[in-house]
Design a protein around this ligand. Structure first.
Ligand code: ADP
Length: 401
């Protein structure tokens, strides 16, 4: 039997198939640019000899229904899975679970309605996630399906941490509060870190920093999140590829009054034209590091700003937690950029945070520790695996059913 994990985006479907009982990866695939002539579908799987193979197609894929059929065809063609009945469960990534979901749940009509009601809070993501769920239910109605929410891990944040200092009725009536995202990743890497250190997670204070195209930090006490940097939306907090992160909200009123930018322009600017891209014109950290190395002033500035903001959050979360045992770096940048890790920990030696230069720059593809021998705080690089965490949680929900 197998578990299928689906991540349905607005124009893409990412999926991964896991073998039971050990949750080894059987195949993974991506269908992208749906709705475009150039749509492509790719499957990576192991053939009967155990050799990794890739199956690629360029076919116009109009929408999710067709994408799911193509996914099933690819799995069948490659001999990875012949029949839907081989599935013990399907796990769906759902971006926004609001206050309704503190943990993964078995999908039924009530859950679908609740995800639908949350669309105003995640207008780009929840509709796509829902479409994926609906089509999967149509195609594989007998297979139990589970929703795993990006926000659920952060539901343990106390009231004083999740509320904004706005009129309280905005929380009561509009549900304006901090929700946080990347929860599945923070949950996964913090558990991995505790296991690596060999201490129960219930005894550890961990700061987890997920640095991908989107970036966020989480303060985790005893395995429970007590604060996180993303807010009502993924725009708040750290500097990101194209998102500003924290800023003075009055900048927006000022720009609305002084320029001809309207609300959509401001929204687009903050989400798509700001962050690293806003400062230096590039949003890919590899390019930025390369340009900075060649002496490009704005690339250097973007890199410095990115790491400075991160350093401030590490300091803030040390205070919130009352001390930290372990800092975890994850996500494309967190796992691969030695310079970002070095610059964001630099100068924190008096707080017990000290990196080992050699360990930090060594190539790795597994969990590893990079702190100096005299560092009080452990510093770990942990490859994230949101799909595996979704598969694990899906398996737990269907087993407990
Ligand atoms: P997403 O958030 O879309 O899942 P990823 O977690 O894959 O994205 O992270 C993408 C970011 O990771 C990009 O900014 C990319 O430049 C960066 N990245 C990937 N590999 C490296 C590397 N070797 N050095 C520096 N940055 C890297």
């Amino acid at each position: 039997m197998k578990i299928l994990v689906m991540n349905s985006g607005s124009s893409s479907l990412k999926f991964q198939l896991f073998n039971l009982p050990d949750l080894t990866v059987s195949a993974s695939g991506l269908i992208e640019q749906m709705g475009d002539e150039q749509s492509s579908a790719r499957l990576i799987y192991f053939d009967s000899a155990g050799t990794q193979q890739t199956l690629k197609q360029t076919v116009p894929v109009a929408e999710h229904r067709q994408a799911i059929i193509i996914m099933a065809d690819l799995l069948r063609e490659s001999g990875t899975m012949n029949d839907i009945q081989e599935l013990a469960g399907i796990g769906h990534r759902v971006v926004h679970g609001g206050e309704a979901f503190h943990e993964p749940v078995l999908i039924d009509d009530r859950v679908i309605s609740a995800i639908e009601e949350l669309i105003p809070l995640a207008p780009l993501h929840n509709p796509a996630n829902l479409t994926g769920i609906r089509v999967a239910l149509e195609q594989a109605g007998t297979v139990p399906q589970v929703a795993v929410f990006d926000t659920a891990f952060h539901q343990s944040i106390p009231e004083h941490g999740y509320l904004y200092a706005l009129p309280y009725k905005l929380y009561q009536e509009q549900k304006v509060r901090r929700y946080g995202f990347h929860g599945t990743s923070h949950d996964y890497v913090s558990k991995q870190a505790a296991q690596f250190i060999g201490q129960p997670i219930t005894e550890l204070n961990i700061i987890s920093v997920h640095l991908g195209n989107g970036t966020s930090a989480a303060a985790i006490r005893g395995g429970k999140c007590i604060d996180t940097s993303m807010g009502l939306t993924p725009l708040e907090g750290l500097i990101m590829g194209t998102r500003s992160g924290d800023l003075d909200p009055a900048i927006l009123f000022y720009l609305a009054r002084e320029t001809d930018m309207d609300m959509d322009d401001l929204d687009g600017m903050l989400n798509k034209e700001s962050g690293l891209k806003g400062i230096c014109g590039e949003n890919d950290m590899r390019t930025i590091t390369e340009l900075a190395g060649q002496g490009d002033r704005l690339a250097r500035l973007a890199l410095t700003m990115f790491c400075y903001r991160l350093k401030k959050y590490i300091g803030a979360y040390m205070a919130a937690l009352g001390g930290v045992d372990c800092i975890v770096f994850t996500g494309g940048i967190g796992e691969n950029s030695a310079i970002v890790r070095q610059m964001s920990c630099q100068g924190l030696e008096r707080l017990g945070i000290s990196l080992d230069k050699e360990k930090n720059t060594k190539q790795r593809n597994a969990i590893s520790e990079i702190q100096a021998t005299d560092s009080i705080v452990k510093i770990l690089v942990v490859p994230t695996d949101e799909e595996l965490e979704i598969a694990t949680q899906t398996l737990r929900v269907i087993t407990e059913r």
